[in-house]
Write a protein that binds this ligand. Structure first.
Ligand code: AMP
Ligand code: MG
Length: 328
């Protein structure tokens, strides 16, 4: 992975730095999270200076999702993982708000239920992967089965250690069947996590987010970072790459994630599908219907005001509908 504090090239247009390259974990490379600056914000001073790019990304994301929905050929799976308070909910909100809800789904994975535990760990995952044309976001994912499960010895090492290969195979299978998989690790540092825990305490509107486990899990910070490093090293693949997103600044995190999604979707070469009908014939039908409508209105009394004509025409349509219904 390229060093994130490298000096910027001279040209800094919006496309000068492809975040899909910059933040991608190169398959097979080593990752040391402590060396990656979670407070990185590229050339931006603050949220305001990134605002126009954020809006541009959201607009483009909306177009690309529309295209994916219209094409109905493939799907996108976005996986979000982070330490507690890392910003997964914030990314869900930001990405989703750019999209048409009809083509999106979000799934949050909590500690497995008894029914889920009675199956293999990918069972609850696979049943909610996106259908063709859809975008699905995972707020936590199958990666918990090599994160929390590993840190807390919920299964023996000989079981969880096999899962990296199993997960790679699973994601390859999804990819080969038309699902593009993009995975984001939202990288905050320990100070930022504590600052966010404080914000939660200070804001009654966020008290519901506080859990005992926030603090008990924080005590395992180093073990989690090591587990994440293994995930990033073993499971970033050409077909399903991991991205490490500097996430201390929420606006930068949103900017980087939305930009990588735009770059990913742009690279798919999606095309608006052709019409399923003969458009010339449909146009002819439209003109015929329009002529009928106009002819009907003209015959309905030359001296009626246009408002009256409109009202009568609506009434006529309703009456006809009623009659047709009775006939059938
Ligand atoms: P939250 O996302 O803050 O609502 O917390 C969800 C909790 O569920 C976290 O503590 C996760 O570690 C836990 N969790 C998610 N998946 C698993 C899993 N496969 N096994 C055990 N715990 C899990
Ligand atoms: Mg939580």
């Amino acid at each position: 992975m390229p060093g994130q504090s490298d000096p910027l090239p001279a040209s800094t247009s919006a496309n000068a730095m492809k975040y899909s390259k910059r933040f991608r974990v190169e398959p097979g490379s080593k990752v040391k999270l402590a060396d990656i600056d979670a407070g990185f914000k590229d050339r931006h001073e603050d949220r305001e200076s990134a605002q126009s790019e954020l809006e541009q990304n959201s607009r483009r994301l909306a177009e690309l999702q529309y295209l994916m929905y219209a094409e109905d050929q493939r799907s996108l799976l976005i996986v979000l993982q982070a330490m507690d308070a890392g910003g997964k909910d914030g990314v869900v909100n930001h990405v989703i708000s750019a999209m048409n809800p009809q083509g999106c789904a979000v799934h949050a994975f909590k500690a497995p239920s008894a029914e889920e535990l009675a199956h293999d760990y990918l069972w609850r995952i696979h049943r909610v992967t996106p259908a063709k044309g859809q975008v699905t976001i995972f707020n936590r994912s199958h990666y918990e089965d090599v994160l929390v499960v590993r840190v807390h010895d919920l299964v023996p090492k000989k079981v969880w250690s096999k899962r990296y290969d199993e997960i790679n195979d699973f994601e390859q299978f999804l990819t080969e069947n038309g699902t593009h998989v993009v995975k984001f690790f939202l990288h905050i540092d320990a100070e930022e996590q504590l600052a966010r825990f404080k914000q939660r305490l200070d804001d009654p509107g966020r008290h519901w987010k506080i859990s005992e486990s926030d603090y008990s899990e924080r005590a395992y910070w180093d073990q989690y970072q090591a587990a994440f490093e293994d995930v990033l090293e073993k499971c970033s693949t050409e077909h399903a790459p991991w991205y490490v997103i500097p996430a201390n600044h929420k606006w930068f995190r949103n900017l980087a994630v939305s930009q990588i999604l735009v770059e990913t979707l742009d690279s798919l070469g999606m095309k608006m599908p052709p019409a399923r009908v003969d458009i010339a014939a449909m146009r002819a039908k439209y003109h015929a219907a329009e002529a009928l409508e106009e002819g009907g209105a003209a015959a309905d009394g030359a001296d009626a005001s246009s408002a009256e004509r409109e009202a009568e025409s609506q009434h006529g349509k309703k009456a006809k509908k009623h009659k047709d219904k009775k006939k059938s």
